[in-house]
Design a protein around this ligand. Structure first.
Ligand SMILES: *[C@@H]1O[C@H](CO)[C@@H](O)[C@H](O)[C@H]1NC(C)=O
Ligand SMILES: *[C@@H]1O[C@H](CO)[C@@H](O)[C@H](O)[C@H]1NC(C)=O
Length: 474
């Protein structure tokens, strides 16, 4: 097919004219997009002049594999790389390709086979069912096979709506995405806990701890739950109403030492998510029975109120059992990456990384040893996995900051920085490894890394030609 490669030549226009004669309804591009022009073999109009430099054509050369922001630039990736590849003839899901340009045209450094490391919550089943004012959807090992350490649930509770009193064998860590939420729990010693949380706050309930959640404020809340087992299912938690619905009334009667008639109207099925009465203040709702005692543990934490570490290209907040003592099985970092910046090349020695993208557009290459590397792209609502010890980076390829969570099934956040490692290794060793045939550049490299300290999110100097303008079209 000539259509994709011979833009502006007269052959496709003739073809188009032929099509127009035989089927006038189909021939004229109905959608005014660069792809339509490209597919029809037409010259792009001046308003798309930037797109005439589209990197997705057979003549484009980029030996450095620079990123392309296909969403921001409204480009449809095509499988051409440095003169290799070919056009697309068959059916193709252009919307999805735009979200994963580095699967369509992987960097030339990608090699070998790797499990899938990306899932969009948009592909998760939303559970609505009988629920008033709420919904849930989950990403577990069933959706994303590489998500073995952790599973996640995205939940929405409108004003006053309750996620029923329940417990489960997995520990639960949560990040409030929006709005306000009241949480209640009791600890192993029978101490009670109630707190109100807002955007950027966390909670953590250890395995088996019973708890409830309720949306507060005008619009209630939405949050992200993380469970310390990838096989967790939100469908299989231990729910108060479910238990009582499946216990003989005579037993319930004995247990609470009340006549069985008292329990005549108990719910017949689990309630799970339902509209509750709007609660009063924390003080008003505090149980006051004579044996009630307050928990000596704190199940909540204000992550976004933490003083961030300011790096050259963004901010990092780390929350683990050092500053949130109850959170023994989940450690996390909240990271912002400014446009042009990169979460530096690094790895985590103690756990798989589970990412959630709150904002922005990212490119991540995962290095799995044995010459294997694969690049994935992420946008808001995406989940990413980087298995333990695999080298990686997170590059901001868009024009807005990236905001993301890195979550680990671990008590402590740990990472190794490549930059720092190089600077703390004897010069001769470093230069012998990487610059044996090129001592001049070895010197330049050493002078850069010798004073290195960890800069988790690095903003490179644009003068060094790291932008995308260095690539060229022949
Ligand atoms: C609640 O939602 C409405 C509609 O989206 C919005 O206009 C309003 O600002 C929200 N209120 C709060 C407190 O966020
Ligand atoms: C828990 O700790 C946070 C600080 O992260 C504090 O703001 C909150 O009041 C504490 N909650 C309780 C119930 O002690």
């Amino acid at each position: 097919m000539q259509l994709l490669s011979s833009r502006g030549s007269s052959i496709p226009q003739l073809l188009l004219a032929g099509l127009a004669l035989s089927n006038p309804g189909l021939a004229i591009p109905v959608e005014d997009s660069p792809r339509q022009y490209l597919l029809a073999g037409l010259e792009l109009p001046p308003k798309y002049s930037k797109k005439t430099k589209s990197p997705y054509n057979p003549d484009y050369r980029d030996p450095f594999d620079r990123p392309v922001d296909s969403i921001g630039e409204k480009l449809d990736p095509l499988p051409y790389r440095n003169g290799l590849g070919a056009s697309v003839l068959g059916p193709w899901n252009w919307e999805r390709s735009r979200q994963s340009p580095d699967l369509v045209r992987p960097p030339s450094t990608d090699h070998g086979d790797m499990k899938n490391m990306r899932w969009s919550f948009a592909d998760s089943h939303v559970r609505i069912e009988e629920q008033e004012g709420g919904w849930t959807r989950q990403t577990t090992v069933r959706e994303l096979g590489s998500s073995v350490d952790l599973a996640s649930v995205n939940m929405r509770l409108d004003k006053g709506v309750i996620r029923e009193l329940h417990w489960h064998k997995e520990a639960e860590w949560a990040y409030v995405l929006d709005g306000e939420v009241r949480i209640t729990a009791i600890d192993y010693e029978g101490g009670n806990f109630i707190d109100d949380l807002k955007t950027g706050d966390l909670w953590y309930f250890p395995s088996g701890v019973p708890h409830s959640l309720q949306g507060l404020g005008e619009n209630g809340t939405e949050f992200l739950l993380i469970f310390d087992d990838g096989a967790f299912s939100e469908e299989s938690t231990f729910i108060l109403s479910d238990w009582l619905a499946h216990t003989p009334k005579s037993v319930i009667s004995k247990n609470f030492n009340l006549a069985p008639e008292v329990f005549e109207h108990l719910p017949k099925n689990e309630k799970y998510i339902f509209q509750g009465s709007y609660p009063g203040s924390l003080k008003d709702e505090q149980p006051t029975g004579k044996n009630v005692k307050k928990s000596k543990y704190n199940f909540s934490h204000r992550m976004l109120e933490q003083e961030p570490k300011i790096t050259s290209g963004g901010e990092v907040r780390i929350t683990d059992s050092k500053n949130f003592p109850i959170s023994k099985t989940v450690a996390a970092a909240h990271v912002t990456i400014q446009p042009g910046a990169i979460r530096e090349m690094h790895w985590h020695p103690n756990a798989d990384e589970w990412n959630f993208f709150l904002k922005g557009r990212a490119r991540v290459t995962i290095f799995a040893a044995q010459g294997t590397a694969r690049t994935f792209d992420y946008i808001q609502g995406d989940v990413g996995i980087v298995p333990r010890n695999m080298g990686h980076f997170v590059e901001n390829i868009g024009d807005e900051p990236i905001e993301m969570l890195e979550v680990f099934k671990a008590d402590e956040f740990r990472d190794f920085s490549l930059f720092q490692w190089m600077g703390e290794t004897p010069k001769k060793l470093v230069v012998d490894h990487l610059f044996q045939d090129d001592p001049k550049n070895g010197e330049i490299f050493w002078n850069k890394v010798k004073n290195a300290e960890k800069d988790e999110v690095t903003l490179p100097d644009p003068e060094k030609g790291m932008g995308s303008d260095g690539a060229r079209e022949l």
